[in-house]
Design a binder for this molecule. Structure first.
Ligand code: C2O
Ligand code: CU
Length: 441
């Protein structure tokens, strides 16, 4: 099946289930097998989902509150939920074998999440992840700011990428040699919130916050909006140090960006195309249709920035750094293993850090593949690329390390516990590319 050959359908974005949560009312997330109607096929596709929704329910909670989430595993295999990017208590981080036991079939686990940071986050399993995420288990988690935000609309786009067979089923072989020799499992059908090329409606003059989350197993996106000015105001759930224009931003699996989009007052009737430009052949992701109504008065405000959040200067005096060499070996459970310092998870080259002291890490990619490296429970700042100063105007929790590239990051361990650190290409992680950072008081 080929996207170009598919019937192009105009899909009106369906409202997908949304939870407004507070501590008194626990949310229930039930992982189970079910079906979903994709626009590409006449038949429904067997999927695994949370609460029968693709993607899972959009969770919204307010910063400073505590959310209680009752996870019910109704799959035929163990699972867990990890809250990607949230700084929470280690015991709630959702990593089987590290922070909790796997949640077995028929079992439940209650997550209590104290929401420390406002921003765009997401959740997904951390067990047999290359298969569980690919079959549909993932959702967006928004932590709302304390005050109501001035944007006229708040759009949430969970990007995904499915590998279908002609008959409309999900290609059932995972962690194949092909996936492992390359940049993981890339699909043949990109979706936004489970829809193909959705059309979004805007009014002239609107100012829209668009949150884009890359929830794909392996595909990297680089969203571009033709003809519209869009500023990046947050990366990986944190306001940026300095607002900048969206231009070839690389959104690797795990990454998020929040955009501030202005719909010009003179644009009634126009359609703006959002396309992906990461691969050589650009393709359409979505469109934004401006209606013919009277222009609305555009809200005037400057989105907040965070100039003082883990600034680069903090790491100038840090002596020494941990280097993790990223490479492949023969062996491991799939015949090809992905290593960090020649070791395969769980026999990993781990590191211990004291609480509160700035630390530097180098991810040194000795392979010719992509590795979006993610650290649980912290935000970090990119300081150098290939030994050259390359301070970014924002912090992250996931950084794409390109072929033969080395990336130096700085961060301050602020929560005790054992924090997983891994490649977010799910197939690479499953094939061994994981370790931990243990933070002790
Ligand atoms: Cu989305 Cu271990 O992470
Ligand atoms: Cu990788």
């Amino acid at each position: 099946m080929h996207i170009g050959r598919m019937l192009i359908m105009t899909l009106i974005l369906g409202l997908f289930g949304q939870f407004y949560a507070n501590a008194e009312q626990p949310l229930k997330l039930e992982a189970k097998e079910g079906f979903y109607q994709f626009p590409f096929f006449d038949t429904q596709t067997a999927v695994w989902s949370y609460n029968d929704q693709i993607p899972g329910p959009l969770i919204r909670g307010r910063v400073g509150t505590t959310l209680v989430i009752d996870f019910a595993n109704r799959l035929k295999e163990p699972s867990s939920i990890h809250w990607h990017g949230l700084r929470i208590e280690n015991a709630m981080d959702g990593v089987p074998g590290v922070t909790q036991d796997p949640v077995g079939p028929g079992e439940n686990f209650t997550y209590r999440l104290k929401l420390e940071d406002a921003g765009t986050f997401w959740y997904h399993p951390h067990f047999n992840s290359s298969e569980q995420l690919e079959r549909g288990l993932k959702g967006v988690f928004i932590v709302e700011e304390a005050e109501k935000q001035p944007w006229s609309q708040d759009w949430v786009w969970l990007m995904d990428d499915w590998l279908f067979q002609k008959d409309g089923t999900i290609y059932p072989h995972f962690n194949t040699g092909r996936d492992l020799m390359h940049d993981g499992r890339w699909g043949n059908a990109p979706t936004i919130n489970g829809n193909f090329r959705p059309e979004y409606q805007a009014k002239p003059g609107e100012r829209i916050r668009l949150r884009i989350i890359n929830g794909a197993n392996a595909r990297v996106f680089s969203p571009h909006i033709e003809g519209l000015s869009a500023n990046i105001i947050a990366v990986d759930g944190r306001p940026v140090t300095k607002i900048f224009v969206l231009d070839r931003f690389v959104l690797s699996p795990g990454n998020r960006i929040d955009l501030d989009i202005r719909i010009p007052e003179q644009s009634g009737g126009k359609i703006f195309i959002v396309e992906d430009r990461f691969t050589r052949k650009a393709f359409e992701l979505a469109s934004i249709k401006v209606d013919q109504s009277e222009p609305i008065k555009s809200p005037k405000f400057i989105p907040p920035t965070e100039a003082n959040f883990i600034p680069a200067q903090m790491f100038e005096k840090v002596k020494g750094e941990k280097t993790w060499d990223l490479n492949a070996i023969r062996g491991g459970k799939f015949g090809i293993g992905w290593t960090m310092n020649q070791k395969l998870w769980p026999d990993a080259d781990k590191v211990d850090y004291p609480l509160g002291l700035p630390r530097k890490i180098i991810f040194k990619n000795s392979s010719s593949r992509l590795h979006p490296m993610h650290i649980h429970g912290v935000f970090f700042r990119v300081l150098e690329r290939n030994g050259q100063k390359a301070v970014e105007q924002f912090t992250r929790d996931t950084v794409l390390v390109g072929p033969r590239e080395s990336v130096t990051i700085g961060f301050v361990p602020e929560h005790t516990g054992i924090w997983l650190t891994h490649c977010h290409i799910q197939e690479h992680a499953e094939a061994g590319m994981m370790t931990t950072i243990e933070v002790k008081n």
